[in-house]
Design a protein around this ligand. Structure first.
Ligand code: PMV
Length: 314
C-alpha cells in the first residue's frame, strides 16, 4: 500500500503571534516572523485506511484539533480516511512548537499523497488552519506570516545568516493551557492586549530590517523585548497564564550574563518553560555550556537554521 512521508521542523518566532482575529481561517491578529530550526523534527507518514487513525510517537491518539482540521479540509478536497503515523524527536506539547512541525509535515504528506497539487504558499495556508505557527514551518530559514494573505513568506534562506539556536529544555511535561485557549484568554482579559496589537507592526518591521542587515544587536533587542511583551500579556490574563518556572528564569539570567560577557545571544520563550537561546555561531559552545550548567536544565539541544517541510523516502 502506498505510503507518503514528510518531514518538518519546529520554528521559533522572533516576533510572536499571540491572539487571533475574529474571522474564520485561524488568522493571527498581528504580523509575526520566525526562524526554522534543524535538529528537532517531526516525521509523518500517511496511508489510506478504513478510518482515520492518528498514532503519535507509537501511541494512538484522539486529537480533536487534527480531527477538526481534517473535517475542514474534506469540505474542499477529496481525502480518503487516513492512517497517520507521526514521530517527534523532541518533547511534544511542551512549548517546543510540536504543532507547528506537526501540521506542516501533515499537510505536506497529504498534499503529495492525495495529489492536491498545492504549491508551498497554499500548503502554508492549509497548515495555518490547524496551527498558525505551522504556516511558517513550511519554509526554512527566516519566515514571515503577514496580512493580507496570511500565507507564510520566505524572508531569507538559512544561508543568509547562519544563526544558531540552543534550546534549554527545563521540563518534558505538556503545557497546562494550550495556545488557542491562552490566546483567547489574553485577548478577552489582559489590559495590555490593545498595546500588544498596536505595537506589533513596528516590532515586525524592526526585526525584518535587522535580519536583512544581519544586525544581531538590533535583532536581539527587538526580539527579546517582543517575547517579554507576549509574556506580559500572558501574565496579566485572568486567570494568569504563567508558563515560566524557576529554571526558565535562571536560563534568562544565564543569557543576560553571557551577553554582559560579550557573547552574541538573546532568549526567546513560547507557551512553555523551555528557553531558546538564539546566538551567533562563535557564541554557540559557550551558550550551550552555560545553559547546561544552569539549575533545572534537563537537556540542551543545539540547532542550526533548518529547511522547510519536504517529502522524504518512506
Ligand atoms: O500556532 P500555535 O497555536 O501553536 O501558537 C503559537 C504561539 C507561540 O508559539 C507562543 C508564538 C509563535 O508565534 O509561535
Amino acid at each position: 500500500m502506498a505510503v507518503t512521508t514528510a518531514v518538518a521542523h519546529p520554528n521559533v518566532a522572533l516576533v510572536k503571534y499571540w491572539g487571533k482575529q475574529d474571522k474564520a481561517g485561524n488568522l493571527p491578529a498581528t504580523p509575526n516572523l520566525s526562524i526554522t530550526l534543524s535538529t528537532l523534527s517531526t516525521q509523518t507518514s500517511v496511508r489510506e485506511s478504513a478510518h482515520d487513525q492518528l498514532v503519535l510517537n507509537d501511541h494512538e491518539q484522539q486529537d480533536l484539533k487534527v480531527a477538526a482540521w481534517l473535517r475542514q479540509l474534506r469540505e474542499s478536497y477529496d481525502i480518503p480516511p487516513l492512517h497517520i503515523e507521526t514521530n517527534n524527536n523532541f518533547p511534544t506539547g511542551a512549548g517546543l512548537a510540536s504543532s507547528a512541525s506537526g501540521f506542516a509535515a501533515l499537510i505536506t504528506a497529504i498534499n503529495e499523497h492525495c495529489a492536491l497539487g498545492h504549491n508551498p504558499a497554499l500548503c502554508s495556508d492549509l497548515a495555518r488552519r490547524g496551527s498558525a505557527s505551522a504556516a511558517r514551518s513550511i519554509y526554512g530559514g527566516f519566515v514571515a506570516l503577514v496580512p493580507p494573505q496570511w500565507q507564510a513568506q520566505k524572508l531569507a534562506p538559512a544561508e543568509h545568516w547562519p544563526l544558531r539556536v540552543v534550546v534549554a529544555v527545563t521540563s518534558h511535561l505538556p503545557k497546562a493551557v494550550g495556545s488557542t485557549e491562552g490566546m483567547q484568554r489574553s485577548r478577552d482579559t489582559s489590559a495590555y492586549y490593545p498595546a500588544w496589537v498596536s505595537g506589533s507592526g513596528q516590532d515586525f518591521e524592526a526585526a525584518a530590517s535587522a535580519i536583512e542587515a544581519r544586525n544581531f544587536q538590533r535583532l536581539a533587542e527587538v526580539s527579546e523585548l517582543n517575547c517579554l511583551k507576549m509574556h506580559s500579556l500572558m501574565l496579566t490574563s485572568v486567570p494568569t497564564l504563567s508558563y515560566w518556572t524557576p529554571a526558565t528564569l535562571a536560563c534568562m539570567e544565564t543569557v543576560r550574563e553571557l551577553r554582559r560577557q560579550g557573547e552574541g545571544v538573546f532568549f526567546s520563550i513560547d507557551a512553555g518553560p523551555q528557553v531558546k537561546a538564539i546566538c551567533l555561531p562563535e557564541s554557540q559552545l559557550q551558550v550551550a555550556e552555560q545553559l547546561r550548567e544552569t539549575p533545572g536544565v534537563v537537556e540542551v539541544i543545539s540547532c542550526e537554521l533548518g529547511e522547510g517541510a519536504r517529502i522524504v523516502p518512506s
